[in-house]
Design a protein around this ligand. Structure first.
Ligand code: HEM
Length: 177
């Protein structure tokens, strides 16, 4: 399987980044929802010990993905034409923006609140109230938007694969030999 994409298929680097990011976002959504609402400090600390490193990994993957497209690879040809191709492009661009908003607001939330001391360095101080910090707003709103956009993204992939039969899904999966 070639490292770089061709006009008809994604390359193995783009594929690997895509599926690793998808898995990590699922884990972030689940751990994020587990912290939604009243929660004991000890439980929230345990969840954040997973949520934060996975979130940082998503930022690293997103930056690597952007760099990869800019310096080394070219996207396969778009599947639709006209408005359909434009909608796909806009949806993908929105996902990139949201990934950056979510990861950067998460980092800002940890940095401004000083929660890192409690979550990672054994401080016995109580966890701060994240609601007191501004980045909590884009982090919360962004998570709802992310659920909606990822849902649309999956629905579009299924529609292409099942009804248009244009191989949208197979071109981002390893080739069967
Ligand atoms: C794509 C990346 C990310 C996604 C999808 C994500 C998702 C979420 C979700 C769904 C919540 C719950 C929001 C709510 O209930 O309103 C949350 C909370 C939180 N996230 Fe993230 N997150 C991401 C990255 C990060 C990063 C990189 C950090 C820190 C470095 C971080 C720190 C936090 C913190 C501290 C909370 C708890 C806020 C509270 O309890 O009020 N997140 N995240």
């Amino acid at each position: 399987m070639p490292l770089k994409s061709t006009p008809t298929r994604y390359g193995s680097i783009a594929m690997a980044i895509h599926w690793l990011t998808a898995l990590a976002i699922l884990a972030l959504m689940v751990t994020g929802q587990m912290m939604d609402g009243p929660i004991e400090d000890a439980r929230q600390i345990a969840i954040l010990q997973w949520h934060v490193p996975i979130g940082l990994a998503v930022l690293a993957l997103t930056l690597a993905r952007i760099l990869w497209w800019v310096i080394a690879d070219r996207h396969p040809d778009p599947l639709g034409t006209g408005t359909q191709a434009l909608a796909a492009k806009a949806g993908h661009a929105a996902l990139y923006v949201l990934l950056l908003v979510m990861t950067l607001s998460g980092i800002a939330l940890m940095a401004l609140s000083g929660a890192g001391e409690v979550v990672f360095f054994g401080s016995t101080a109580p966890l701060p109230d994240f609601g007191d910090y501004l980045p909590r707003i884009p982090h919360g709103l962004g998570s709802k938007l992310m659920i909606a956009l990822v849902g649309l993204h999956i629905a579009a992939a299924i529609w292409h694969q099942r009804f248009k039969r244009d191989g949208a899904m197979t071109r981002i999966l390893p080739e069967r030999s």
